[in-house]
Design a protein around this ligand. Structure first.
Ligand SMILES: [Zn+2]
Length: 187
């Protein structure tokens, strides 16, 4: 194999991220109202392939949270890994905001000439295992420079579920996947 062909192959495989990387990693804020022993099972389905991740909060102190994460691909379970979160230095809920200024880098027109994102709030009840949970969320539709739909996402969250994510649906021109909470233990 030529060096160029090998480089092309490396570039292609680097683009294909493992499905479990689509599942959001635990966040300090979203696990704050869960105690040690809480767990959540999230499943991502992409191109007909299902990958599960079981996240368990093993230890919690005022400044640290230690999680165990187990990834399950087509029923084959990988060894557990550990993730440690330290308390963020900033206040909860304070994030960097990205200002929308200047012109679009793609079509060079000002942002105001673009169709703005549509956001539809949603409230629903979902059944997870034996439990019915009250969810809030939203459906967001972004548009490209041509005014056509580019990205559609739908989120459902619930305070009852550790990490809060109950369902996410994502669709753009090349990718479509869903993340569903299959089970949870709230302590
Ligand atoms: Zn544009």
């Amino acid at each position: 194999m030529s060096v160029l062909a090998l480089l092309a192959l490396v570039a292609i495989s680097a683009q294909e991220k493992p499905p479990e990387s689509l599942i959001p990693v635990p966040s300090w804020d979203l696990w704050q109202n869960s105690a040690a022993g809480s767990s959540v099972t999230l499943e991502v389905e992409i191109a007909g392939k299902k990958t599960r991740k079981i996240v368990t909060l093993k230890e919690k102190t005022a400044s640290r949270m230690t999680f165990e994460e187990i990834v399950d691909v087509d029923g084959k379970r990988r060894p557990a890994t550990e993730r440690v979160l330290s308390k963020p230095a900033g206040s909860p809920g304070v994030y960097d905001t990205v200002g929308v200024s200047g012109d679009c880098k793609e079509c060079k027109k000002p942002w105001k000439d673009h169709k703005p994102m549509e956001r539809i709030p949603l409230k629903e009840k979902r059944t997870i295992g034996q439990a019915e949970v009250a969810c809030e969320g939203s459906e967001s539709i972004s548009f490209g420079c041509d005014g056509k739909e580019s990205v559609r996402t739908k989120f459902s969250y619930s305070d009852d579920v550790p990490g809060e994510l109950v369902r996410k649906e994502f669709r753009d021109k090349t990718t479509e996947y869903t993340i569903t909470c299959l089970a949870f233990v709230k302590k």
